[in-house]
Write a protein that binds this ligand. Structure first.
Ligand code: FE2
Ligand code: FE2
Length: 215
């Protein structure tokens, strides 16, 4: 039985959100699908390329931590069951992205960003606010996020070079699925965000990617 209070507050959903946050940040997310890198042979990469790839994958892992938090925040705030169900598939795929990128960071000899809890909290709050603004804005925010992630992953593919076949396989699959998430949000009635909001999101994303590349 679910415990609901006034204002749409739901204790069970809050507890499960906390539980999910802890598992996300502790690196306990297990992928439902095999990693796209699994059947790809390790490319011939030198130590400098390996270090760069580890840093880029740390950024992507951090992005996927944010995606978990955004989808969680939205699910907690949104009252439209149909939208929530439609976004579930995207949220499941984001969990796979999270696990795949964590695994690749480790293989490359890197470690996750130390600032992940901070990004999780910020993204959760943003997702929650977007969720409370109503479905059209909520979906608009999601579509714009996915669009920016897609562009960002394209930039990573250009920086990675051709030899790091395993990392490329993961980033390529993620880019394809982020594009699908954007199309899902658009199909469900995403509203176009004002220019100022899009710019603010780019700025926040740049701060996150710059810091998590290093820390
Ligand atoms: Fe993702
Ligand atoms: Fe996505």
């Amino acid at each position: 039985m679910e415990s609901s209070y006034g204002n749409g507050f739901n204790l069970d959903r809050c507890i499960s959100a906390f539980d999910r946050a802890a598992r996300t940040l502790l690196g306990e997310t297990v992928a439902r699908r095999p990693s796209p890198a699994e059947r790809v042979a390790e490319g011939n990469i030198d130590p400098a390329m390996r270090r760069q790839a580890a840093a880029l994958m740390r950024v992507n892992h951090c992005g996927e931590i944010c995606a978990q938090a955004l989808y969680q925040g939205q699910a907690l705030a949104s009252s439209n069951e149909a939208t929530k169900r439609a976004l579930d598939k995207a949220a499941d795929e984001e969990s796979d992205h999270l696990a795949w990128s964590a695994e690749r960071v480790k293989e490359l000899g890197g470690r996750p960003s130390l600032l992940n809890p901070l990004w999780y909290a910020g993204s959760f709050a943003l997702g929650y606010v977007a969720g409370r603004l109503g479905d059209d804005w909520n979906l608009g925010f999601l579509a714009e996020t996915e669009r920016q992630v897609e562009e960002h992953l394209q930039g990573h593919l250009e920086r990675l070079g051709d030899r790091d076949t395993k990392t490329r396989a993961i980033v390529e699959r993620m880019r394809g699925e982020e594009a699908e998430h954007r199309r899902t949000a658009e199909r469900l009635g995403a509203r176009e965000l004002p220019d100022a909001a899009r710019r603010a999101m780019r700025l926040a994303a740049r701060l996150m990617t710059t810091l998590s590349y290093r820390i």
